[in-house]
Design a protein around this ligand. Sequence first.
Ligand code: ADP
Ligand code: ADP
Length: 227
Amino acid sequence: GGRLDLSGLVKRYGNAEPPAVDHIDLAIEPGEFITLLGPSGSGKTTTLNMIVGFTEPTAGRIELNGTDITRMPPHRRNFGMVFQNYALFPHLTVAQNIAFPLRERKVPATESATLVGNALELVDLAGMGNRRPHELSGGQQQRVALARAVVFAPSVLLLDEPLSALDRKLRQSLQREIKRLHQELGLTFVFVTHDQDEAMTLSDRIAIFNHGKIVALGTPTDLYHRP
Ligand code: ADP
Ligand code: ADP
């Protein structure tokens, strides 16, 4: 997994005061599972979008393993991303969805087929490759999105409220799935949620956001179980 260093990171939309992200410093260790937790509007998604490269910072710096990537285009960062709404291509099969990032990277067909097969097994969807997204449950669709986000062996996986659209029971089984994926892949996971229980269950460390700032940072035990 990659190491990420955010320093003095700021994003201001227009003249908004305070900025959406207001001078954040955060070192994310290789292979760690870190969660950005906080209320709606506190700057979590904006931070994730700057890490992945969809949003350009107003100020500050992002480093990956010591290299400045602040203005590197998203495709060159090679990070995986999972969204709340799955964002699968409805007209493509499950296997074609998972193969999509491999096609973009011009991975040869035979190698791609092997990688897609492995990814399907990884998320427990072997045999489902020929289905269309609408033939799957919400939980299965999110597992396809997970497979698509890791099939090209990224160094970092970013997850933006990936479980929020699911009902409670599915959410718990997907939490276990995400935890297992993290353990098996050894990737750095940056996970965004507003759900404190979810953050405590999944994370090595939690960064608590409020009004664009990190107001607390530590392990779940540090943050919630100290007298
Ligand atoms: P809201 O104002 O919408 O209730 P909060 O700012 O209280 O949201 O915080 C959102 C989440 O972050 C809650 O789960 C809360 O327990 C947690 N939280 C906020 N600030 C801290 C803090 N300083 N230390 C530990 N947890 C915090
Ligand atoms: P969170 O993910 O914690 O809910 P966001 O990062 O989405 O927070 O939003 C932080 C602040 O930035 C909010 O006040 C939000 O309204 C504002 N914001 C987010 N995206 C945009 C945008 N594209 N244009 C203008 N303001 C935005």
